[in-house]
Design a protein around this ligand. Sequence first.
Ligand code: EPU
Length: 422
Amino acid sequence: MERIVIRGGTRLRGAVAASGAKNAALPIMAASLLAEGPCRLSNVPELRDVRTMATLLESLGVRVAGGAGAQLVLDASAATGHRAAYDLVRTMRASVLVLGPLLARFGEAQVSLPGGCAIGARPINLHLKGLDKLGAEITIDEGYVCARSRRLRGARIYLDLPSVTGTMNLMMAASLARGITLIENAACEPEVAELGAVLNDMGACIEGAGTDHIRIEGVQWLGAVDHSVMPDRIETGTFLVAGAITGGDVTVRGCRPAHLEAVIEKLIEAGAEIQMDADAVRILGSDRVRAADVKTGGYPAFATDMQAQFMALMAIAEGTSVMAETIFENRFMHVAELRRMGADIRVQGNSAVVRGVKRLSGAPVMATDLRASASLILGGLAAEGRTTVSRIYHIDRGYEQIEKKLSALGAQIWREKDPGGV
Ligand code: EPU
């Protein structure tokens, strides 16, 4: 087991390149199951979740080959498997993204139920309800979702909540269904739009992906595609907070600032100066961070995946801020750890009240989930003294070489063996 050690107090300066987006790469990889031909992906981030998805696809008979420069070739031409085993699904909830494609392509899918996780119960009832509407016969057997159907048929599906992976699963399934599917109250995240574009390049007929109303005309067959994965907006946002929290001057290159409007607005409200063009954003942090309230929501609102990182910034702001979490019921696991660093945060229902303190102090802390670990690293960058973040396997799920990227910006941060690691 490894841990990350940070000696805080350095103002970060310089430029860093955005990596490919985890939450775009995973569904696109799952979509390769639909294609009778190789899918060549570039700008694929080197992450634990990406490796898990590759292993899962291999277990389903997909030929997976790596390439130089973050490339991945996935060929499901000869795939026959249809069972996604518990051992893989339990380590990564996004495994559920193979359900729609398997069912659409092979008429059968068995996918282990993912179970709860640190940030909430996270059921998949909306995925199942939608697939049922498309004509699948669904049972739960020994912890597995077993879905069967001859050819799926188009339907009108209203999602009670705009679930991101739910929208993606249904979009993939409907691509090969007979007739027209309408998904209403769909998730509008840029990653959904990107998946729609990739499916269309494979031969699908999808309109409106990235809006709350998606129309899909099913086709008989999908084929090969070449695609470069979009930059990761959450990683970009995390680096911007790193600039703000250290009063530094950080530029993220190769990103899409347009995907980060709500976060950028809040950083400005918090006192930072932002300069941007189409594919780069620079943050100049101020010496006096100001309190700014945040309410998370589906895109284009402030992303729940940025809540923990922004809370670390608010922990040293002048004044009191309220962070309202509306997407997940238990996404405040980082609060107890930030408090160990001297933060003054109280959780009341789905809100956290953050009273800014002058400075945080370094402490040993423990990561509980992916974005919580990012928040603790950010806290450590601003804190006086030494912070050690253990259980960093969480961070390796979703951030590519975060300590190397931060140390290139001047941070004193390194990875080492965790003597007390469990
Ligand atoms: N929900 C249901 N039933 C469902 C599906 C969702 O009640 O069938 C609820 C969830 O419990 C949650 C809300 O709806 O309260 C929204 O969940 P959603 O389905 O949108 O989340 P997800 O698709 O499981 C994706 C990202 C998450 C991100 C959320 C919200 C991927 C692989 N994961 O999860 O990313 O937080 O959308 O934007 O795209 C992360 O990267 O750290 C991460 C957790």
